[in-house]
Design a protein. Structure first.
Length: 198
């Protein structure tokens, strides 16, 4: 497979490409279960847990400031894709509208179909993170998490939940779907935090 769709990074790309990763120009589709297909008008994000409960519709999200950012993404299955462009709502802009309890330290992402994955509040609120609806200038395809997904580029991409439906703020860390099934609680690509014993 290496050589047809993937290639080893050049020696001078070590600061951009984590160890153990191969570069791809494609955008591989990796999902547990089938892709979820639904209209953008059906998007609802529920804020729960240690925060003032709030529901955001698609229209609410589009009314917030929209930001376009370019960054590299890294999948735990050993591929990296460079210079990807995403548009959506910065998490920091969203959080200006969330009344957060000071006891909150972590957030659980909830998705269509019951999928979950955890983040520390510090990882979640970085300024480069987006609730993204557009990829490379086009509406985000369902196979890649559209209409709306979180994008957390500094962690392995399973931490960027597809088909986002909710953000649950918590007072302690708790494993989500893949973390319960053996993946690392944080998932830093540059530390190769793939599995729970890494």
């Amino acid at each position: 497979m290496l050589g047809k769709f993937f290639k080893k990074p050049a020696d001078d790309m070590g600061e951009r490409v984590p160890p153990g990763q191969s570069l791809t120009a494609r955008f591989p589709v990796l999902t547990y279960g089938p892709a979820q297909h639904y209209d953008a008008s059906e998007v609802v994000i529920r804020i729960t847990g240690l925060a003032g409960e709030k529901t955001l519709t698609w229209a609410d999200l589009l009314a917030l400031p929209q930001t376009t950012l370019t960054y590299d993404i890294h999948c735990v299955t050993h591929w990296s894709k460079l210079d990807t462009e995403w548009t959506g709502v910065r998490v920091t802009d969203l959080m200006e509208h969330v009344k957060l309890d000071p006891a909150a330290t972590h957030v659980m992402q909830h998705s269509v179909g019951g999928y979950t994955t955890n983040l520390s509040l510090e990882d979640f609120t970085r300024p480069e993170n987006l609730l993204a609806h557009t990829f490379n200038g086009q509406p985000l395809e369902a196979e890649h998490g559209g209409p709306l997904r979180l994008v957390v580029p500094h962690l392995y991409f399973w931490k960027s939940a597809k088909w986002l439906t909710g953000l649950e703020f918590m007072a302690a860390d708790k494993p989500g779907f893949w973390e319960v099934n053996g993946y690392h609680m944080r998932g830093d690509p540059f530390k190769e935090q793939r599995y729970d014993d890494d």
